[in-house]
Every structure is written in C-alpha cells, then in structure tokens.
Design a protein around this ligand. Structure first.
Ligand SMILES: C[C@H](O)[C@H](O)[C@H]1CNC2=NC(N)=NC(=O)C2=N1
Length: 97
C-alpha cells in the first residue's frame, strides 16, 4: 500500500503542482478545471477515467456543465500519497497542460 507523503514531500508536491490546492480539513488536493463546453469537459473526464482505471487510483470529482472539480487523496492510506501526485500530473497533461 502507498505510504503517506512526509511533510517535505507534500510541500514540494504542492509547490510543483500548479493549480492544485490543499483541501481544508483533509489530507487531499483539489483543482477546478473550466472547459469551453460540456463536450470538452466530458471528453476530459473520459480520458481521466481511463487513466485512473489503468492506475487503479480514482479521483473524487464532480461536473457541472463545463466545470470539473477534481479532488485527490488515497483512501487506503487516509491521505496524500505518491499516487495522488502521479495522477494529478497525468490529469494536468490530459487537460492539455
Ligand atoms: C482496493 C482499493 O479500493 C483499490 O486498490 C483502489 C481503488 N482506487 C483508489 N483510489 C483512491 N483515490 N484511493 C484508493 O485507496 C484506491 N484504492
């Protein structure tokens, strides 16, 4: 099972993961993505879903029209692990960054 990130690694990850923020009261990170329209948003979600399934690491997320809010944490570990950092980086790439 993935280990919780130590304080330094967590700070470093948040520093390099532009656009992601810590979640108040939880050991998790979140980012909101805005797309041109619903089809773009859903296409992004489809790509992320396939990548998450491949990693066996899944986001907590919501979608309203062209907005997708993604929150990452490792449930098995009870907080942030390398899996969350890896998936966040993959999500940023899939968002076209
Ligand atoms: C058995 C366990 O549920 C699975 O290994 C995976 C599924 N996807 C997951 N996703 C996330 N975010 N955290 C997990 O701990 C997790 N566990």
């Amino acid at each position: 099972m993935a280990e919780l990130l130590d304080r330094n690694t967590r700070a470093e990850a948040l520093d390099t993961l532009k656009g992601w923020s810590p979640v108040e009261g939880r050991d998790a990170i979140t980012r909101t993505f805005e797309f041109k329209n619903f089809v773009e948003a859903f296409g992004f979600m489809t790509k992320v879903a396939l990548r998450a399934e491949k990693m066996n690491h899944h986001p907590e997320w919501s979608n309203v029209y062209r907005t997708v809010v993604v929150t990452l944490s490792t449930h098995d570990a009870g907080g942030l692990t390398e899996l969350d950092v890896k998936l966040a980086r993959a999500i940023d790439r899939l968002a076209g960054e």
